[in-house]
Write a protein that binds this ligand. Structure first.
Ligand code: SF4
Length: 79
């Protein structure tokens, strides 16, 4: 289980989450940031910090944002 960055990050990329992550698992993609699910320790620090509420606990990810889970998996597969 991990946290997922969803659509509000696209084009926004505020990056406030990056500096609060204790395990440095938030990486910059072309149009948004991504959380590495293999490294995330589910601390929730990023979720509280995001100014556009783009970050969800995986179980709480809305149905219309599910695609962002796969987008993160694809990002870390290719980077
Ligand atoms: Fe990093 Fe914690 Fe957010 Fe996971 S939940 S990405 S460990 S800040």
């Amino acid at each position: 289980m991990a946290y997922v960055i969803a659509s509000p990050c696209v084009g926004e990329k505020a990056a406030d989450c990056v500096s609060v992550c204790p395990v440095d698992c938030i990486h910059e993609g072309e149009d948004q940031y991504f959380i590495d699910a293999d490294t995330c320790i589910d601390c929730g620090a990023c979720e509280a910090e995001c100014p556009v509420s783009a970050i969800y606990y995986e179980d709480d990810l809305p149905e219309n944002e599910q695609i962002f889970k796969q987008k993160a998996i694809d990002f870390f597969k290719n980077n």
